[in-house]
Design a protein around this ligand. Structure first.
Ligand SMILES: NC(=O)C1=CN([C@@H]2O[C@H](COP(=O)(O)OP(=O)(O)OC[C@H]3O[C@@H](n4cnc5c(N)ncnc54)[C@H](OP(=O)(O)O)[C@@H]3O)[C@@H](O)[C@H]2O)[C@@H](O)CC1
Ligand SMILES: Nc1ncnc2c1ncn2[C@@H]1O[C@H](COP(=O)(O)OP(=O)(O)O)[C@@H](O)[C@H]1O
Ligand SMILES: [K+]
Length: 491
């Protein structure tokens, strides 16, 4: 998994990598600029009239100057603005400045008339991870002007003004796209910053995970390439039993749809056998959504140990008898998945938390998490609370949202990269619950079940949204689950 190192560590990363690989910092800047231009030329409408690039005094500005040259070489009309006397800029900025072709129009910012032509693009290379104080004066004026412009706005590495690891303070560039190098800076993953970042793109510039691992940050970014090695392999002689027997408990009157979604998702994730236990006097009154599902009448005395995995909570309601909840925890000693009202009931009965089998997977969204541990002033504090909760209780916490955060009982925190906004639809969390339970039932470790569940779920959302777009519903995510295995090359 890709480590997410701090802005401060980036400087050392450069030095470490540069000395280990025998390349110069200028070479690394050239790679970054090339990666940006490769993204730009394949993503941005080529019919733009003008590219405006704004370059600050440090290496983020240096990237901007290198990008100006590379775009001009690809026949774009480029107008570069610099903010500080070139003599006072970083060494790599100066080196790139001296390589600028004549065809790039260059203007000092305070001599600019402030006009931005229609159908143009703004590239922000004012500050990167080296920002160390709030933006003022000429820099603030510039960002304010750019934020008012209607042109498409792209940030190099990080929107200027956004600190790499903290919550934003003061003026920040509002990008439509952020093209970040090598790994996402931590602050690019915070919900508070959505309106500054726009769409996030991570471009590899060839620094190895081993080089980054040396920093031991304990925070990681989960990508497609991490997933295949987490999967179990099955063979031609595998039988239904190998794929696991899963039970989904929840679904009070009027809310049985939730367990149906979880159970259907578990089947599509390859579970061998899936049972539903609705919280109804007579569970046989409901009809499972698909005929492959089976009903199970649970009471506090049934033996649950025939199941390989259990998930509790979707649609359960708050009227559940706590003695029954306790009986589930007493009758099944393997890690379980707890979602929705299973979590809300824990928040209302905190003593139950100590009875949950270790390494169980809890999947709260932000509100459910708040009910469990109280309010957080921002995502940084929330991350800290997630870490404390997971360590103190020996549980895996899947904090759902954009860039779902998985916190392991040893405190490691992993941000998911898959998924999109179209997944914010009723029942998509129930789908995730069923997927994680399915992997658990197939014999995956709880850690691998949580990571595979989260990644495949996000990817299924991406695939389904290609045809359903804003109209996507949770069942579409379920139908796309099989394609996620194909996409990732998993047999
Ligand atoms: N590592 C990598 O993977 C790669 C990194 N690369 C790139 O390097 C970027 C980091 O560059 P960086 O370290 O030079 O910092 P950067 O953000 O340009 O700013 C520092 C300058 O700004 C100044 N300054 C700060 N705050 C200020 C304020 N509020 N108001 C005014 N001035 C302020 C500060 O001045 P000082 O504090 O000395 O007064 C200094 O001059 C990184 O984001 C990426 O784009 C790629 O090229 C290659 C691969
Ligand atoms: N903007 C987003 N980007 C990526 N994933 C998202 C986004 N919004 C929601 N999701 C995912 O959709 C699911 C929603 O779950 P949840 O809030 O429990 O919904 P519900 O209760 O309706 O099932 C979570 O897995 C979450 O990570
Ligand atoms: K920037």
């Amino acid at each position: 998994m890709l480590p997410i190192i701090s802005g401060e560590q980036v400087k050392h990363l450069d030095q470490q990598y540069i000395s280990a690989e025998g390349i110069s910092s200028l070479d690394l800047m050239e790679r970054a600029a090339n990666a940006f231009v490769a993204w730009f030329t394949t993503t941005i409408n080529p019919n733009i009239k003008q590219v405006y690039i704004f370059a600050g005094p440090g290496n983020n500005g240096g990237d901007g100057v290198a990008i100006a040259r590379l775009l001009q070489e690809r026949y774009y009309n480029v107008h570069l603005f610099y903010l500080q006397e070139v003599a006072d800029c970083s060494a790599d900025f100066k080196a790139n400045y001296s390589r600028l072709p004549d065809k790039v129009l260059v203007t000092k910012f305070n001599e600019w008339n402030g006009i931005i032509a229609e159908h143009s693009v703004i590239i922000d290379g004012v500050f990167g991870v080296g920002i160390n104080r709030p933006i003022e004066g000429v820099f603030q004026r510039l960002i304010q002007i750019l934020n008012k412009a209607t042109a498409l706005k792209i940030a190099i590495d990080i929107p200027s003004g956004l600190p790499a690891d903290q919550i934003a303070f003061g003026t920040v560039f509002r990008a439509d796209h952020t093209v970040s190098f090598q790994f996402p800076k931590l602050s690019l993953l915070f919900p508070e910053h959505a309106s500054f970042i726009g769409e996030l793109h991570i471009m590899d510039i060839g620094i190895s995970e081993e080089t980054m691992d040396a920093f031991q940050v304990g925070r990681f970014y989960l990508r497609a390439k991490d997933i295949p090695s987490l999967h179990r392999s099955f063979h031609r002689f595998s039988h239904k039993g190998d794929y696991g027997k899963v039970l989904i408990i929840g679904g009070a009157k009027g809310k049985t749809g939730a367990i149906n979604l979880s159970a259907h998702a578990a089947l599509r994730t390859d579970s061998g056998l899936v049972h539903l236990a609705p919280y109804l006097e007579d569970p046989y009154l409901i009809q499972p959504i698909i005929s492959e599902l089976m009903l199970f009448q649970d009471d506090s005395k049934q033996n649950l140990n025939n199941f390989d995995a259990i998930a509790i909570g979707p649609g359960w309601g708050m009227g559940v008898d706590i003695a029954y909840y306790q009986s589930i925890l007493a009758r099944f000693q393997k890690p379980i998945v707890i979602d929705a009202d299973g979590l809300n009931l824990l928040a209302a009965n905190p003593d139950l938390i100590h009875k949950i089998p270790k390494n169980s997977v809890l999947t709260p969204h932000l509100k459910e998490f708040e009910r469990l541990v109280g309010k957080s002033k921002d995502h940084l504090e929330r991350m800290e609370k997630a870490k404390n909760f997971a360590i103190a209780n020996g549980l895996i916490l899947v904090l759902k949202g954009a860039h779902t955060l998985v916190t392991l009982p040893d405190g490691r925190q992993i941000f998911n990269s898959s998924g999109n906004q179209y997944m914010a639809t009723a029942g998509s969390g129930d789908v995730l619950t069923g997927m994680i339970a399915s992997f658990l039932g197939q014999g995956y470790s709880p850690e691998h079940a949580a990571l595979c569940g989260v990644y495949h779920h996000g990817l299924a959302g991406e695939l389904a949204s290609k045809s359903k777009w804003r109209g996507m519903i949770a069942s579409d995510i379920i139908e796309a689950i099989p394609r996620t295995f194909l996409e990732l090359g998993i047999k």
